[in-house]
Structures are given as C-alpha cells and as structure tokens.
Design a binder for this molecule. Structure first.
Ligand code: PHE
Length: 397
C-alpha cells in the first residue's frame, strides 16, 4: 500500500516535470524541475502563540537550508521538500501535528520542536512509528532518553545550567541567587534543578526558589518574596514572553538593576526587548550562538539570512533550524534517501559536522556536545537593546 502510493506520486511529478521541460522553463532546485520525486520532511513548530518566534525562526532557518540544498542539486538528484505544521506552542497540538506528518503526509523524517515539553510529545509519536526526528533546540535530557529515533543538534541542560551558574559565580561574583521558574515546562524545571545543583557546588546559595506557570500575568507575590530574600541575581529559566513580563514587574517592584536577571536559551527572541524594554538591560542569558560572534561561518550565515528574510538578524533558533536541516540532509544522502532504520543509523553516525552553531557530533545518547555562549542584553550603537556576546564556554570546561 505504501509502495503503491509512492509510485503514484512519482508518476504525477514526472508528468509535471515533463511539461515544464517542454515549455523550457528552468527550475533548478525546485520540486517540479528536477523530474525526481521530492524527499518529504516535516517540521512541527510554534508558528503562532506565546512562543511564536521560536517556530517562525526555526522554520526560516530550515527553509534557508533546504533552498540551498535544492539549488545545489538536491539529495542524490531529488529535491527536498518541507511541510510545516503549527503547534501553537501546545503539547497536544505537537502530538497531532507529528501524527499527521507521518500518517497523512508520509514524511521521511521530522524536524522540531523547540520547547522540550513539545518535543517530548512529538518524539513519542516518532519513536512509535520509527520515523527519525531531530530537535534543533530542545535541551531537556529526557527528550532523547530511551528513544533511539530521536536526536538533537544542541547541548543539554545539565551543561547549560552549569554554564550560567559558573558565569554568576566567577564573572559576576553573585553567589546569593533567587530562582523563579515555570513549573509547567519540562525545560524550565530541569534547568532550574541543574542551575541550583551547580551553584551550590560552587559554594553559592539559593536564597529563594519560586514557581509560576507559563502564561501567568501577575508575578508580584513571588517577586516580593525574592526581593526580601536579599538575592544578588534572579535566575529565570523561562521563555521570552514570561521573562519579559517578569523583568517589567521586578523593576516596578523596586528590584534595581544591580540585581540582574539571568536565564537560558529560552530568552532568545527579539520580542524579549520589545516586551521588557530597559527592564531587561544588563541581564544575561546563555545561548547556542551569538550573531555578533565574528567567526567567518557565522558572518556568512547572518548575511545570507538577512538577504532572505528582509534584513532580519537570525536568532539562535534560526541558526539551529538551519544546522538541523543540513545534518538531516547529510544523513539522507548517506542513507540514499531511505527513511526508517537506515536514516536513523545515518543520523546516529554524524561526526564533526561543521554547523553555524559549532561542530556537531551526535553522541551515544543522540545528543550533541557543544560550547555555549553567554550574552548580555545591551544597548547597541543603533539604539536597540540586543544580546551582545560576553563569553564562550566550552563543553570540556
Ligand atoms: N531549550 C529550550 C527548551 O528545551 C528551547 C529553546 C532553545 C528556546 C533555543 C530558545 C532558544 O525548551
């Protein structure tokens, strides 16, 4: 049944390509012009909702990579084609989107999600159906654990939590830190645990440990407790919309800028500065990449992305989406565009892949070991509040 469907699709597409060839239209890299059946891959991401920039940036990065692959002749002569479904940032939607990609669209592989809670939901479906999935950016360890069809191209939160704790302790000399985390997100809970563990090990103290639920509007009770705790910094391992609101309310409550907020990759969105304004100035977060980091590969990527997307600067999600798509394409080439176990094995054997976000080797846990950057929300020369690179922390440290 599967086979018949595939054969049929091939016939239809070859017909279309034939027509185009007759009319003399050059369609290099496009689906119809190469006369070969496209390799379908799915992307599930938050294209709308409270974390909309996560999905949008990731999709932009994926599509930029796919365009480049197709312009260079595709995969063994076949064009790569992406189908994107919106998860709205909800885990129920994530499961549905992945099921639809696999059962109706019959994709060969899946890219997504950003938020760990959603990758856990989508990953369960991929694992059950034995369709390889690569999360560009989910950092909670559980995402790939025990799931041999689920991979990621980013570091994980035990590392990220250590990086931020080390930065607080060594660079900022802030050892009394309060925590305010999102109890509804696997990412936030996990990163909070790792940060606490790491800071305590370095001799620091957690002076308050408060929780909220993603989407909450009023953080005054937690922030009042935190203010009274004498915290020198506040660790907020949340997503940008909530973090922006928390920063605004913290400053309004009289927690001054000498008490910076600290966070993880979940802050990464141009929306953060738009929501929080100067309330977030002088605060720091860890991330996978910093666009102002002057390596040649990063510069080339930033220029290409800006040219493709109206001058927008790519964030970490865009860079990781791009890398995830390139790694998937590389593995597809090696599996001869076969999906299932052949593709799974090809992804698993990825070694020393030079991505925009660093060197990527898939380890035995299907994760990537990479360096992290610390950035500061800083006023740039153009008058915009933006993340500025402060430090790079290598995985071995
Ligand atoms: N690491 C976050 C998570 O697992 C997602 C994220 C990655 C958000 C990178 C922003 C940038 O939920």
């Amino acid at each position: 049944m599967n086979r018949r469907r595939t054969a049929l699709k091939g016939v239809v597409l070859m017909g279309a390509a034939g027509l185009l060839a007759l009319s003399g239209v050059s369609m290099a890299g496009s689906q119809a012009g190469t006369a070969a059946e496209p390799v379908l891959i799915g992307h599930y991401g938050s294209m709308t909702g409270k974390e909309a920039t996560f999905g949008q940036s990731t999709d932009n990065g994926i599509r930029l990579a796919v365009e480049e692959i197709n312009a260079a002749g595709g995969l063994n002569g076949r064009p790569l084609q992406v189908i994107t479904y919106d998860t709205k940032g909800e885990s129920g939607e994530a499961g549905k989107a992945v099921t639809r990609l696999i059962t109706s669209d019959k994709v060969t592989a899946v890219l997504g999600e950003v938020a760990s809670t959603l990758s856990l939901a989508g990953g369960a479906v991929c694992q059950e159906r034995k369709v390889p999935m690569i999360s560009p950016s989910s950092t909670n360890p559980a995402v790939t654990r025990g799931r041999d069809y689920v991979f990621r191209v980013c570091f994980i939160d035990p590392f990220q939590g250590m990086v931020v704790a080390k930065f607080a302790h060594e660079n900022l000399k802030k050892d009394k830190v309060a925590v305010l985390y999102d109890q509804s997100a696997a990412y936030s809970k996990g990163l909070r645990d790792e940060f606490k563990k790491a800071l305590k090990k370095m001799g620091g103290t957690i002076v308050a440990d408060e929780a909220y639920s993603g989407g909450d509007q009023d953080f005054s009770a937690q922030l009042t407790t935190i203010k009274a705790s004498g915290a020198q910094a506040i660790f907020v391992p949340g997503y940008y919309t909530d973090v922006g609101n928390i920063a605004l309310q913290a400053r309004k409550l009289g927690i001054g800028k000498e008490v910076p907020l600290l966070g993880g990759d979940g802050w990464d969105s141009e929306q953060l500065a738009k929501i929080a304004g100067e309330a977030i100035e002088g605060s720091y977060y860890s991330n996978h990449y910093a666009p102002d980091q002057a390596t040649d590969d990063v510069k080339v990527f930033v220029e290409k992305y800006k040219a493709a997307y109206g001058g927008q600067t790519p964030d970490g999600l865009a860079a990781l989406g791009y890398d995830a798509a390139l790694i998937l394409a590389d593995a597809l080439k090696r599996s001869n565009c076969e999906g299932g176990k052949a593709l799974r094995d090809a992804i698993a054997s990825t070694k020393g892949f030079k991505g925009v976000t660093g060197m990527i080797t898939i380890d035995k846990n299907r994760d990537a070991t990479k360096s992290a950057v610390m950035v500061e929300m800083k006023m740039a020369d153009d008058g915009n509040l933006k993340p500025a690179w402060v430090a790079t922390v290598d995985a071995a440290e």
